[in-house]
Design a protein around this ligand. Structure first.
Ligand SMILES: CC(=O)[C@@H](O)[C@H](O)COP(=O)(O)O
Ligand SMILES: NCC(=O)COP(=O)(O)O
Length: 252
């Protein structure tokens, strides 16, 4: 008998609304307004990455997004590097979720996963502190068995698997090996008691494919949706993504 998969959540990342705003300065387009529209269109959560260089989301955006998410009862997932500055900000705002990500100033986007194996001691302290403040703590990692094991060892509640390398390979007509690694990492993390999320570079097709993996409970998607919004509008893009991943899950 086929056992139905548990539902999958869609977290909409609104960073790149801020990228467009910041290209000219000023206040338009407003990522908080985009978050409100995403919620109206069916987003289960809002994700925002406050980078050290503030290249997209700013501290003021985090205040606005925190207020919006609190008043609309939608979880805010704050992505941040494991620095003292970001630790202070997370402890001040106490978002529903914090996702610790690797960050390099010179990178164009988040290129790899967090090295939990090497940073084990420092990260363990940060994970405990953020969890103690009430945030659900997630580690953004590559689909690597050592990183999955280390994430469980240091007490993370969630891992988010970096799907960027797979999505790039798919665009080049390949991706089987990367997808197999993601599926294996998702199973391993689930067996270790971690909640499993995935994200980075997903579009309608790759999101549908990864949504079929049983252990995956949340997808965080941004850049593609904001790009698609230029053509069909943000509510339509989010609504279609919600439908695509829901149908993929139901048919798996
Ligand atoms: C952490 C991550 O996956 C990124 O996609 C982020 O959310 C978007 O921001 P950047 O493109 O600046 O990395
Ligand atoms: N953590 C991944 C995320 O939030 C969105 O990534 P992208 O879809 O903007 O590449």
């Amino acid at each position: 008998m086929k056992v139905a998969l548990e539902p999958i959540r869609l977290g909409v990342n609104i960073d790149h609304v801020a990228t467009v705003r910041n290209a000219r300065g000023g206040a338009h387009p407003d990522p908080v307004r985009a978050a409100q529209l995403a919620v109206t269109a069916g987003a289960d959560g809002i994700t925002a990455h406050l980078r050290e260089d503030r290249r997209h989301i700013t501290d003021a955006d985090i205040i606005g997004l925190s207020e919006l998410c609190r008043s609309s009862g939608v979880p805010l997932n704050l992505e941040m590097a494991a620095t003292d500055e970001m630790r202070g900000i997370a402890l001040r705002h106490r978002p529903h979720a914090v996702c610790i990500v690797p960050e390099r100033r010179e990178e164009r986007t988040t290129e790899g996963g967090l090295d939990v194996v090497s940073g084990r001691e420092r990260l363990a302290g940060l994970v405990a502190e953020l969890a103690g403040a009430g945030s659900r703590v997630s580690l953004f990692i590559a689909a690597d068995p050592d990183q999955v094991r280390a994430s469980a060892d240091i007490g993370a509640q969630v891992v988010e698997l970096h799907t960027g390398a797979w999505c790039e390979a798919v665009r080049e007509g390949a991706g089987e090996a990367e997808f197999a690694a993601l599926a294996a990492a998702a199973d391993q993390a689930h067996d270790l008691g971690l909640e499993v999320h995935a994200g980075h570079g997903l579009d309608f097709d790759t999101a549908a494919q990864i949504a079929r993996l049983r252990p995956i409970r949340e997808l965080n998607i941004g850049h593609f949706l904001i790009g698609e919004a230029v053509f069909i509008g943000l509510e339509a893009a989010v609504g279609r993504m919600r439908q695509v991943i829901g149908e993929a899950r139901a048919g798996a």
